[in-house]
Write a protein that binds this ligand. Structure first.
Ligand SMILES: Cc1cc2nc3c(=O)[nH]c(=O)nc-3n(C[C@H](O)[C@H](O)[C@H](O)COP(=O)(O)OP(=O)(O)OC[C@H]3O[C@@H](n4cnc5c(N)ncnc54)[C@H](O)[C@@H]3O)c2cc1C
Length: 385
């Protein structure tokens, strides 16, 4: 089992304290998804705006009792995000900063692109988007149809297409968009884009859960992209595009698993705190829930350690994400059972947790996709961790 060292326990303690301050706003965020932008004075949310940026570009990371945290490793991220999700997952997803985009820029960007992107993010609270999903191509990202074309060799590129379910699409000032220059996996490219570009529009998409995250739909109509905004332009086609997003997902899948753990823990604690007397059978059920949460937490830590040791070692990350998505749906529904038939009306916070839990399944790849990745990894003799 991977135990947290003193440094990670300090991060955990600080995050727990900070996100306990955000939690009282959770239902307000659920009612009005614009609320998170008014909560930046809460350190837990505000600090995310300047973290998850590589040390060479961020001289001023989070400092706790003499220890510095950039939230760049998977282990630091899972420690932090378990607490953030316990506080409110929707608010955590609505934070400024570059949790996904930053990983991609780190993997694919050249020095100038990194300086430009991280410089923008650090200058002021900046929301970023990571536009990959298309409405007809969800999990089959390799089949995306958004195009990146140009008429002459040295001229600007043109971006055409539509993206959907993109986090922070509406509030985002800049981000990355995935598009193809030709058919096949080697034709996938990513570009840096500012939301005020001509031809870019974004609007919110209504969702049942994680409303505060305010997923959005992006339309791209002949958006001009300067050649220096194409990520990985200094890399070979095999090392940019899909390679970049696979690396991003390997790092972020344990983070989604840790979000499941935090959200499930919130539901478990809610039952413990709001049911004064439990029958023996109920007590046993609650204990079993706690053990399942702990099991996924341990798997998530192993997955994070494996990815930190080798970013291509994503099998455990897929397993953790898969287990986490199942855990959180199961625990939040069972938690409602403790309060009888009127539970969803009488316990709005728990009802919200059950709605939010469903969103986890769709983040960083659905259950079937994780299974396929694990299967392929095992088939190729890769069994990390
Ligand atoms: C909270 C949240 C945040 C998100 N943030 C972003 C973001 O920032 N950027 C972004 O681009 N997207 C984002 N998404 C979108 C997310 O990545 C997609 O929802 C996801 O790719 C699934 O796509 P889909 O909803 O179209 O479902 P589908 O891909 O249609 O999947 C539906 C079902 O079909 C199954 N399925 C699909 N393909 C296969 C296959 N080949 N084999 C077997 N089964 C299959 C799936 O497992 C699933 O059960 C976000 C979603 C959520 C909920």
């Amino acid at each position: 089992m991977i135990e947290l060292d003193r440094r990670h326990r300090l991060l955990q303690g600080q995050a727990r304290e900070w996100w306990a301050e955000v939690r009282p706003h959770a239902l307000e965020v659920d009612r009005d998804p614009t609320t998170p932008t008014r909560l930046l004075h809460h350190a837990g949310l505000g600090c995310l705006g300047t973290l998850q940026i590589p040390p060479e570009y961020n001289p001023d990371p989070l400092e706790i009792s003499g220890h510095r945290f950039h939230l760049m490793t998977a282990l630091e991220r899972i420690v932090y995000y378990e607490e953030a999700a316990w506080g409110d997952l929707a608010t955590a997803l609505a934070a400024p900063g570059a949790p996904m985009t930053g990983v991609l820029v780190d993997a694919l960007g050249d020095r100038e692109q990194k300086e430009w992107f991280y410089g923008r993010v650090l200058a002021e609270p900046t929301w970023t988007f990571f536009a990959l999903t298309e409405s007809e191509r969800g999990s089959d990202a390799a089949g995306m149809t958004t195009t990146l074309t140009r008429d002459d060799q040295d001229g600007p590129w043109r971006l055409n297409g539509a993206k959907r379910y993109v986090g922070n699409a509406v509030r985002g000032q800049l981000g990355v968009v995935f598009a193809r220059t030709r058919s096949g996996p080697l034709g996938v490219n990513t570009v840096l884009l500012e939301a005020d570009a001509l031809g870019f529009t974004a609007e919110p998409v209504a969702t049942l859960g994680l409303r505060g995250a305010q997923l959005g739909a992006i339309t791209l109509e002949s958006v001009e992209i300067a050649p220096e905004r194409v990520l990985g332009r200094h890399l070979s086609p095999t090392r940019r595009g899909m390679a970049g997003w696979l690396r991003t997902f390997n790092l972020l899948r344990p983070v989604v698993a840790s979000m499941s753990v935090g959200l499930a823990r919130a539901a478990h604690e809610y039952v413990r705190d709001h049911r004064a007397r439990l029958t023996r059978a109920e007590h046993d059920r609650l204990d079993a829930m706690a053990r399942r949460i702990e099991a996924v937490r341990r798997l998530t830590r192993r997955a994070a350690a494996a990815v930190d040791a080798d970013v291509s070692a994503g099998e455990l990350a897929c397993m953790a994400k898969l287990r986490g998505a199942r855990l959180v749906e199961n625990v939040t529904l069972r938690a409602l059972d403790f309060f009888g038939p009127g539970a969803r009306f009488e316990h709005p916070f728990l009802e919200k947790l059950a709605r939010d839990a469903r969103g986890v399944e769709y983040m960083e790849g659905t259950e079937n996709i994780q299974r396929l990745s694990v299967f392929n990894g095992l088939g190729e003799g890769r069994a990390h961790g």
